[in-house]
Design a protein around this ligand. Structure first.
Ligand code: ADP
Length: 360
């Protein structure tokens, strides 16, 4: 039975023509997998370029035609992305020079990393980026946390970036030029990654995006210390990294791993941010330690790293992350925003960063 329904599904998908290639999506090899179970169909479609309008149309057509099959009660389409052009063609390099593609015109790139997820890495990345902007720097924000891109929600982006299929425009929010894999994929369907696709996706977000000229780029790295980190560090000339931790021991152990990874790749550690360091009572302004005594000082001293900032657990910071407007941009004179702005100033000093306008 399942086989019949799967055959029927494949037959129906074979009627969908990709107008770009004037061929059906089955013969183009876009249908990577199709599984039917109890009337529920899971289908993986693989695209080979980021042409959102075209991809959206194919997904919608596929969903429609699969739903029409008698006996099918639920259709789940997962999209993946795979660039068949492994090499950067010389043609592309020409475009790069002419159109400000890629990151070559960004003076400094800093990576915001953490040993594990959930410590507030994205929150810190977004607010540091806003702080740089508030200090007058032209700032870019790249969400490289492809496994769980949270930047789109944090800065309230629901639209897709404009692309002609070859180059992709950044989405500007709150004065930041931003890009996230979360912009490219459908929120509803999980994004399935195979190893080599990850770097290809990252390459797209770096090389094909019209980043233009900027003072600084803040990268929200994926949590942990995997291959993506090493590849990104090798690919981009990262000026320094900021490690985010919480006062809990377990996170600190991960942070040490993170620090070592960056040391190996010779990217200087700018310092550690201890997030959710304490709770700041909104009514009294009193500070409460949430996790007991922090071990961050010991670690920082042992490895000779600076603690760049201690950010409290703050209800408004959380609320604004959920609402999609970074606190540092919305209320620059809030106590927490001031901490981010101070931290940005410290980083600027460390990088000896001058404003773009002063140097070109
Ligand atoms: P990560 O990027 O490390 O996975 P996030 O930045 O997504 O972590 O943060 C996880 C959750 O914790 C989010 O809901 C975020 O709003 C919240 N959060 C992070 N830092 C703080 C903070 N200092 N105060 C209050 N909430 C925070």
């Amino acid at each position: 039975m399942a086989e019949t329904l799967e055959n029927q599904a494949l037959h129906n998908l074979g009627q969908i023509i990709d107008e770009k290639h004037d061929q059906n999506i089955v013969s183009l090899g876009m249908v990577k997998s199709i599984n039917e179970d109890n009337g529920k169909i899971d289908c993986i479609l693989e695209f080979n370029d980021i042409d959102q309008n075209r991809n959206d149309k194919i997904v919608a057509d596929a969903k429609k035609t699969l739903e029409e099959i008698p006996g099918i009660t639920k259709v789940n389409i997962v999209t993946t992305y795979h660039n068949v052009n492994n090499s950067v063609e010389s043609n592309d390099l020409e475009i790069s020079k002419d159109h400000n593609l890629g990151v070559s015109k960004i003076k400094y790139i800093i990576a915001v990393a953490s040993g594990k997820g959930g410590v507030g890495k994205s929150t810190i990345a977004v607010n540091i980026a806003s702080a740089f902007k508030s200090l007058g720097l032209k700032t870019c924000l790249l969400d490289a946390d492809i496994y769980g891109p949270s930047i789109p929600k944090m800065i309230n982006v629901n639209e897709k970036p404009i692309s002609d299929g070859k180059t992709i425009e950044t989405i500007n929010r709150y004065g930041l030029s931003t890009m996230s894999m979360g912009y490219m994929v459908d929120n509803e369907s999980p994004f399935v990654w195979r190893g080599p696709m990850v770097m290809k996706a990252i390459n797209e977000m770096v090389d094909r995006v019209n980043w233009g000229r900027a003072d600084i780029m803040v990268i929200d790295m994926p949590p942990g210390t995997g291959d993506i980190h090493l590849s990104l560090v090798k690919k981009l000339n990262i000026s320094g990294s900021v490690i985010v931790s919480t006062p809990q021991d377990i996170a600190l152990i991960d942070v040490i791993r993170g620090l070592k990874m960056f040391e190996k790749t010779e990217v200087p550690i700018l310092g550690i941010v201890e997030n959710m360091s304490y709770f700041l009572a909104p009514d009294t302004g009193k500070e409460y330690k949430l996790y007991g005594e922090s071990k961050t000082d010991q670690i920082a001293e042992k490895y000779d790293y600076e603690i760049l900032s201690r950010i409290p657990h703050d209800p408004l910071l959380l609320e604004q992350c959920d609402k999609g407007h970074p606190l540092t941009d919305l209320v620059p004179d809030h106590k927490v925003s001031k901490l981010f702005i101070e931290m940005a100033e410290t980083i600027i000093k460390k990088l000896k960063l001058e404003r773009l306008s002063e140097t070109i």
